[in-house]
Ligand binder design. Structure first.
Ligand code: PLP
Length: 429
């Protein structure tokens, strides 16, 4: 169900699924690989994309589609698909419009997994990337584009650098070159930022983070704004604007228009061939997370700001990075794009470098040591002794992850308890 007049809180609860008379109130888990048809003609129409319906869960499943429709409503998009992980969403979002010989401009401050996907794996497929500092000059941004550039990519709030992207500026640059802007909106969530309102064309999510919110299921999502005019740049996007021989000669942009072409192609081609589908059970759990997203996000931001203010006045802390904190390099930009709050992730340095940071970690009782971020439970990571332990101090500093850096993902427990835990661990340093 959806209603254009509903506010986002209502869509969190109501959008995407409307039970008819006597049907289950909750989105049913359609735990079925296949779907039955009376005649092979009826099934043939599905294969030709002449009728909509389900035939095999490697491509599409009704449970997943209800949840994807809810996320589309939250972002203000026209179509969406779930993927089995955020990594799959990032990959599909680009691979849907790029092939060997193409090029993408990406912000350099992106999630490490996305950086490896782009810089190593997708390069092996013949797709090239230019990484730009998100705060580069207009000339530097302009110089990154090539005739074969097909997309621009960035994160609303970068994980873990906590850089806030100037989405409007990147959208204008992308559109001047006739290509879409793809935004990974994982950390902000549509509760705090809706990139389509600032000119982005495609949004991706690792739903594993705040959307799920409970350490429950790995997943991803891609949402289309329905605004990018593929046909106006048909020479750049032959996959959408010329017949797909692997799909009975359908031209997606003609048959499904701006609103549906991109997601239909991603489903009919990429999901069919690569099969990174979400299990319907995981989609069900994701929906439970979405129903409370609008209640949880403000609490994450409120708690993170309290923790950030506490850290700011501690003499054991050398620096603190939280875009919601006044004085932060990105505070003004965050106020523009995310006036109601940014996210729950804070990073800071402990006086005494690597040894002090390790001691701090060892003393924490409530905050769990985990590589995860962005969920209800407060968790913490010291990259120098875990995810980045193969690097020496010089390499860590060059990578922007100094040996003293602690990443704290503030959960929705009572803020006083989180601060008390951090305080007693700092006292031991
Ligand atoms: C975690 C994360 C991803 C990758 O998502 P997975 O669900 O772990 O595959 C992508 N982007 C951002 C910003 C993330 O935090």
């Amino acid at each position: 169900m959806s209603n254009p007049n509903w506010k986002i809180e209502t869509n969190c609860i109501q959008a995407g699924y409307e039970p008819k008379n006597g049907e289950p109130r909750m989105i049913p888990i359609i735990q079925s690989t296949t779907f039955k048809y009376e005649t092979s003609e009826a099934m043939g129409k599905l294969f030709d994309l002449e009728a909509s319906g389900y035939f095999y869960t490697r491509l599409q499943n009704p449970t997943n589609d209800h949840v994807a429709a809810k996320i589309a409503a939250l972002e203000g998009g026209t179509a969406a698909m779930l993927t089995s992980s955020g990594q799959a969403a990032s990959f599909f979002s680009i691979f849907n419009i790029c092939s060997a010989g193409d090029h993408v401009v990406s912000a350099s401050t992106i999630y490490g997994g996305t950086f490896n996907l782009f810089n190593v794996t997708m390069r092996k497929m013949g797709i090239d990337f230019t990484f730009v500092d998100p705060d580069c000059s207009d000339e530097e941004l302009e110089a990154a584009f090539r005739p074969n550039t097909k997309a621009v990519f960035g994160e609303t709030i970068a994980n873990p650098a906590l850089v806030v992207l100037d989405i409007e500026r990147f959208a204008i640059a992308a559109h001047a070159h006739g290509v879409p802007l793809i935004i990974d909106n994982t950390f902000a969530t549509p509760i705090n930022c809706r990139p389509f309102e600032w000119g982005a064309d495609i949004v991706t999510h690792s739903t594993t983070k705040y959307m799920d919110g409970h350490d429950c299921g790995v997943g991803g999502c891609i949402v289309d704004s329905g605004k990018f005019d593929w046909m106006a740049h048909a020479d750049k996007f032959p996959g959408l604007c010329t017949p797909d021989e692997s799909y009975h000669g359908i031209t997606y942009a003609e048959r499904f228009g701006r609103e549906g072409a991109y997601i239909t192609k991603a489903t009919a081609q990429l999901m069919r061939d690569l099969g990174a589908i979400t299990a319907p059970m995981n989609a069900f759990f994701l929906n439970l997370g979405l129903e409370t997203l609008h209640v949880r996000m403000p609490r994450h931001c409120e708690n993170a700001l309290k923790v950030a203010k506490f850290l700011q006045q501690s003499d054991k802390v050398t620096w603190i990075n939280y875009p919601g904190l006044e004085g932060n390099k990105y505070y003004e930009r965050a106020q523009k794009y995310m006036p109601n709050g940014t996210c729950g992730v804070v990073s800071f340095g402990v006086k005494g470098g690597r040894a002090a940071a390790e001691r701090f970690m060892g003393q924490l009782k409530l905050a769990m040591i985990a590589t995860h971020v962005a969920d209800a439970h407060t968790c913490v990571l010291h990259p120098a002794s875990s995810t980045h332990r193969q690097m020496n101090d010089e390499e860590l500093i060059a990578a922007g992850v100094g040996p003293d850096l602690i990443r704290l993902s503030v959960g929705i427990e009572n803020a006083d308890d989180i601060i008390a835990d951090v305080a007693q661990a700092l006292d031991a340093v």
